[in-house]
Design a protein. Structure first.
Length: 234
């Protein structure tokens, strides 16, 4: 993984603050709204598996697309946490619900008590964590003993399909995204995937940090995957 990519708290927060106004529009444009299906599938799988859903943390919530879907599970409480205040401002405009609390926080220092959440979700945010292992350990701390961690993310792949995808994601998307958002953020977003772990390596790290994979879903070309993990109590 590229250690030169700046994922410091101030850098990531500032970048997502800059692109917040255009974030939803560009995400749905670049995925042709397929990203919405991936999020809905998470809700279906949670329901089918009868996961406990009383208290949910949507970490790296962004503007709340996954948060909004999670509310359909009828939790007692859901907390949306993100490092970007501007993203949370948009989330607050999109979603009004008495069960929802918005908090500005980073993954490696969560302001929650031990063994609190039934489910923690992370949609397209884990690859931006500055210290992945510390963040995963902190997430484990705030989860109940039988808690579930659900990660929707883009992982580094290989093969012809990945190379073709990289032409789109590495060339066309940054060109359009940077122009519309008036920032360099979409160049970073490609680099954040290209320098990230493969799915297999990421699972190894999750195992090391106290999680076991219960299910893995290949959403797109082996690059976009959803992982369903269980907290391992030693």
């Amino acid at each position: 993984m590229n250690k030169d990519l700046d994922k410091s708290k101030d850098k990531i927060a500032s970048m997502f603050d800059d692109i917040a106004p255009a974030y939803d529009k560009l995400n749905h444009l670049f995925t042709l709204n397929i990203d919405m299906i991936w999020r809905k599938d998470i809700i279906k799988n949670i329901s089918n598996k009868n996961y406990k859903v009383d208290k949910i943390l949507d970490l790296a919530s962004g503007t709340g697309d996954l948060t909004k879907e999670l509310l359909n599970l009828n939790p007692d409480k859901i907390i949306a946490a993100d490092i970007s205040s501007k993203m949370l401002e948009i989330l607050n405009l999109k979603i009004q619900d008495d069960r929802l609390i918005n908090i500005q926080a980073e993954a490696q220092s969560l302001p929650f008590e031990n063994n609190y959440f039934d489910i923690v979700t992370i949609g397209f945010g884990v690859r931006n964590f500055d210290n992945l292992e510390k963040s995963l350990s902190e997430i484990k701390r705030v989860m109940q003993p039988d808690g579930k961690l659900i990660i929707l993310e883009m992982f580094k792949g290989d093969g012809l399909k990945t190379k073709l995808f990289n032409v789109y994601f590495g060339k066309l998307m940054p060109l359009i995204g940077n122009k519309i958002s008036k920032s360099k953020a979409y160049s970073y977003l490609y680099k954040s995937v290209d320098s990230f772990y493969s799915l297999e390596k990421f699972i190894e790290i999750c195992n090391k940090c106290g999680f076991k994979v219960e299910m893995s879903v290949n959403n797109l070309l082996g690059i976009v995957n959803t992982l369903y993990l269980r907290k391992v109590v030693s």
